[in-house]
Design a protein around this ligand. Sequence first.
Ligand SMILES: [Zn+2]
Length: 145
Amino acid sequence: MFQAPAGVFIEPEFLQTLDPRQLKSGYAEVLKHWLIADAAAFEQHRRLGWLTDDWTPIIRESVALKQRIVAQDPLESGPRKLLNFGHTVGHALESYLLNQPGREALHGEAVAAGLVCESWLSVQRGLLSADEARQNRNLRVFGVR
Ligand SMILES: [Zn+2]
């Protein structure tokens, strides 16, 4: 059963307490939102990279995008499944690495790898062009090549 939260409180200053690896991991989820729903924003941020002093507009944009998708499909019977992009492979990788001492992946790191793998699968199924998949693969923010 899905239940909408009563509220979501976000304090961007808290992000300043995180190390860069954690920030980059979280940014993978933001990039995922742009990949599935806003190609122009994805392209703009792909060029800028993930380092920023002000996360507020990025968080605002990402949360609004997720809210739009969830509002369209509160029971995850259609478009909301897009939010799982990168997570099928990502969760498998995350679980696998959990049992590899010293090689654990953060959630966003695993999702980033999942985005690349699932983009490749989409090309194989004719759902994504090779050029689009190449752009996804070249996410320099993740260091994935
Ligand atoms: Zn996730």
